[in-house]
Design a protein around this ligand. Structure first.
Ligand SMILES: Nc1ncnc2c1ncn2[C@@H]1O[C@H](COP(=O)(O)OP(=O)(O)OP(=O)(O)O)[C@@H](O)[C@H]1O
Ligand SMILES: [Mg+2]
Length: 273
């Protein structure tokens, strides 16, 4: 991982610096993106920048399109309009080779079906390795154990099936799979949903630690106010088919948009303090 990070064009510790500067320091940039299903428009001319090395928390009401946006960035849902650039490459004009490199540099934890139920944990972690690396089974086995250790699971979990794990262990194993190829960018869709508050807090601190030590950029969809407060550098709010606001938790606390106000300063939020 360290090698991957240090050979990267941009320096994770200085996201705003560099001759390219400004918008180009974004590891991911979404411009004017429109997505719809039939007559229903879900995202309308949406703009978003994710900076290198940051943990960006993505919030918004249920059904506003958070998962759709993530899937659109990943190329799994088609957009009608707009541009998505990842690691500086336009996803529409990138060559097959460039796309393969991009796919290798990102890891994903989906909201649904975090793991393949018919595969053991070890086999799950090895799915991206089989796809992208030509290495021996023995090396893949060793790497899988290292990834499990990285996310705080013991080697005993390697040969278990998802049905034999607790919810928290499944989330960690799915994170291990997202980290299988030492990515620079990870997409996490509701990684702490279904976990108890202590399990969720442990997961958040793990994400923070990984981001700091590996220079990972994290795109995290979450409903969890504690996650947003404790681990996210910035928060983006999805609503009205757009990114309504993006900034620090302080910025959100000062925002007067009704949804943002009730989310960050409503009864539920105030109960936290
Ligand atoms: N493949 C699809 N075909 C048609 N409609 C879809 C499809 N995928 C998503 N939608 C619709 O797009 C809207 C946004 O869905 P999405 O899953 O992105 O919401 P979300 O913000 O992730 O919600 P949640 O917080 O509940 O996960 C919903 O109205 C959903 O029904
Ligand atoms: Mg969703």
């Amino acid at each position: 991982m360290q090698d991957l990070v240090s050979t990267d064009q941009n320096n994770a510790s200085a996201p705003e610096a560099g001759s390219s500067g400004g918008e180009n320091s974004a590891i991911l940039s979404v411009r004017d993106v429109t997505v719809g299903f039939g007559p229903k428009i879900i995202l309308d001319k949406l703009d978003l920048d994710v900076r290198q090395g940051e943990i960006l928390g993505f919030v918004g009401g249920s059904g506003t399109g958070k998962s759709v946006l993530m899937r659109t960035i990943l190329g799994l849902t088609r957009k009608r309009k707009g541009t998505i650039r990842v690691f500086g490459k336009d996803m529409d004009t990138a060559s097959e080779e460039e796309l393969a490199i991009i796919h290798k540099r990102w890891g994903v934890l989906f909201q649904q079906g975090a793991l393949f139920s018919s595969l053991t944990v070890k086999q799950n972690i090895q799915v991206p390795m089989r796809e992208h690396l030509k290495i021996s089974q023995r090396l893949m086995d060793e790497l899988a154990i290292l990834k499990l250790e990285l996310v705080g699971l013991s080697a005993d979990a390697a040969d278990k099936f998802p049905s034999e794990l607790s919810g928290g262990m499944i989330k960690r194993a799915a994170l291990a799979r997202a980290l299988a190829l030492d990515p620079d960018l990870v997409f996490l869709d509701e990684p702490t949903s279904g976990l108890d508050p202590i399990g969720a807090a442990a997961f958040d601190s793990l994400i923070g630690k990984l981001s700091r030590t590996l220079g990972l950029t994290v795109y995290m969809v979450t409903h969890d106010l504690d996650s947003l407060a404790s681990v996210c550098d910035r928060i983006a709010v999805l609503g009205d088919k757009k990114v309504l606001a993006i900034g620090t938790l302080d910025d959100m606390m000062k925002n007067d948009h009704p949804w943002i106000e009730s989310y960050f300063r409503g009864e539920r939020a105030l109960r936290r303090v």
